[in-house]
Design a protein around this ligand. Structure first.
Ligand code: 5GP
Ligand code: ZN
Length: 112
């Protein structure tokens, strides 16, 4: 499959992994926007948040179960932000659903 994140998950493309379990893989963003910038992705290929349904939402739940563990591992004791970009207007550039875990500093109050 021609999906860069599927290729990262499989190990075909190298990444700096920070967390891995049966359903979830997390790795450092190549272009970090904060001192901690981790991409948390389900191993299952789901194109975007717009494709979440009753069949695949367990993969998304697994991502959100992993996030507090990753945050703790990364030392984000004072909070963090989780961002999902979806589709054209959301500026999603990689079409494999992913959640940006950002922290390690006081983040901007602006959301857009
Ligand atoms: P999006 O804009 O789709 O929400 O986020 C895609 C993210 O993936 C961007 O923050 C970008 O820096 C990151 N990214 C794109 N290609 C790679 C890659 O090959 N390796 C890693 N580690 N991150 C990538
Ligand atoms: Zn994929």
């Amino acid at each position: 499959m021609d999906c860069i994140f599927c290729r990262i998950i499989s190990g075909e493309i190298p990444s700096t992994a920070v967390y891995s379990d049966e359903k979830v893989f997390a790795f450092r963003d190549i272009n970090p926007q904060a001192p901690v910038h981790v991409l948390v992705v389900p191993r299952e290929h789901i194109s975007s948040a717009d494709e979440i349904d009753g069949e695949n939402s367990n993969a998304v739940a697994a991502v959100f179960e992993a996030i507090p563990k990753i945050a703790a591992k990364e030392g984000l004791t004072n909070g963090y932000r989780v961002v999902n970009n979806c589709g054209e207007d959301g500026c999603q550039s990689v079409k494999h659903i992913h959640f940006h875990l950002l922290g390690g500093k006081k983040l901007s109050e602006k959301m857009d």
